[in-house]
Design a binder for this molecule. Structure first.
Ligand code: Y43
Ligand code: MG
Length: 203
């Protein structure tokens, strides 16, 4: 069976990649399957740079094709924050609930039309001996005043998706995986992924 390795330790991301790749007969492995691999420091200043850091570090280590995902929430009223700091917005402990609370606090009293935001996802594909490339995807929405829904992960409970009339965390995983920033980035890989997988198989 074909297999793709995603350089992530985030179980929420891992589930989404599995959901997206399984119907294509591609098994997903993540760093959760390689507990001995240490954290890759995200020292880049862009989502793309951090996705490349993760993908290339793990690709070198395993000598395999690896996809890195760096993603986050960009709030217009916060000049794009939390941005690349989304995971550690409320501190290095990387706590989703505390991160949400911090964003909600910063937006206290802000009217609906000023609460626009987007999710951003950069994917980097690193293949041994080849040049790494990146794609990106976004998903537009607004920050709610309170949490809604129990699905998904990260900031999903406070991210309202206007086209659905629901919070991201109220969508089923199938629905989220059709419209999310991650899904939109992956769509751009569609045309190249098969050939990459073939080449990666041979390497
Ligand atoms: O679909 C999403 N729905 C809700 N929140 C999301 C989503 N996608 C990213 N996010 C948030 C979670 C985390 O606060 C940050 C990602 O940070 P990011 O460094 O890319 O991932 P991470 O540290 O959790 O795992 P890893 O680096 O091992 O892939 O953005
Ligand atoms: Mg991270």
């Amino acid at each position: 069976m074909k297999e793709v390795i995603i350089a992530t330790k985030n179980p929420g991301k891992a589930k989404e990649f599995e959901h997206i790749f399984a119907p294509r007969g591609i098994a997903v492995r993540t760093l959760l399957d390689f507990p001995e691999i240490p954290d890759i420091e995200e020292t880049g200043t862009t989502f793309e740079a951090n996705a490349i850091l993760k993908a290339e570090a793990i690709s070198r280590l395993l000598n395999r094709m690896v996809i890195g995902d760096d993603s986050g929430l960009m709030v217009d009223a916060l000049e794009g924050r939390p941005g690349i700091y989304s995971a550690r917005y409320a501190g290095e402990q990387k706590n989703d609930q505390e991160n949400i609370d911090k964003v909600l606090l910063e937006l206290t009293g802000l009217p609906v039309d000023k609460r626009t935001a987007r999710f951003y996802c950069a994917l980097a594909v690193a293949v041994p001996t080849q040049e790494t490339f990146t794609v990106s995807g976004t998903c537009e929405g607004r920050i709610l005043e309170e949490r809604r829904g129990t699905h998904g992960f990260g900031y999903d409970p406070v991210f309202y998706v206007p086209e659905k009339g629901l919070a991201m965390a109220e969508l089923s995983s199938s629905e989220k995986n059709k419209i999310s920033h991650r899904a939109n980035a992956l769509k751009k890989l569609d045309t190249v992924l098969d050939s990459i997988l073939k080449r990666a198989d041979q390497s």
